[in-house]
Design a protein around this ligand. Structure first.
Ligand code: SF4
Ligand code: SF4
Length: 81
């Protein structure tokens, strides 16, 4: 996991999930909506991926987050391993 200011970045060979810990209000919506159960809550209730390889990049977490605190991007030019 990398940090960029208040953002925490989780990445594998196909997906990059960025959580802005400052913007996140720990509402838990992204956890509830993730169909793959990729996300879990940390001790502060904020999401982090426990199962990043299961992420299908469906974008629901990003779409449902009321605070624009989570983003999902594909990692270009790389393939799943
Ligand atoms: S993009 Fe979809 S599968 Fe990936 S963490 Fe978000 S809701 Fe879950
Ligand atoms: S939906 Fe957004 S604000 Fe709510 S826990 Fe997830 S990232 Fe944080």
């Amino acid at each position: 996991m990398e940090k960029e200011g208040s953002k925490e970045i989780y990445q594998n060979n196909s997906v990059k999930i960025t959580v802005d810990k400052e913007w996140c209000k720990a509402c838990g919506i992204c956890l509830e909506f993730c169909p793959q159960k990729v996300l879990a809550a940390d001790e502060g209730g904020k999401p982090y991926p426990v199962n990043l390889s299961a992420c299908t990049r469906c974008g629901l977490c990003e779409l449902r987050c009321p605070d624009f605190a989570i983003t999902v991007e594909g990692v270009e030019g790389k393939k799943d391993v």
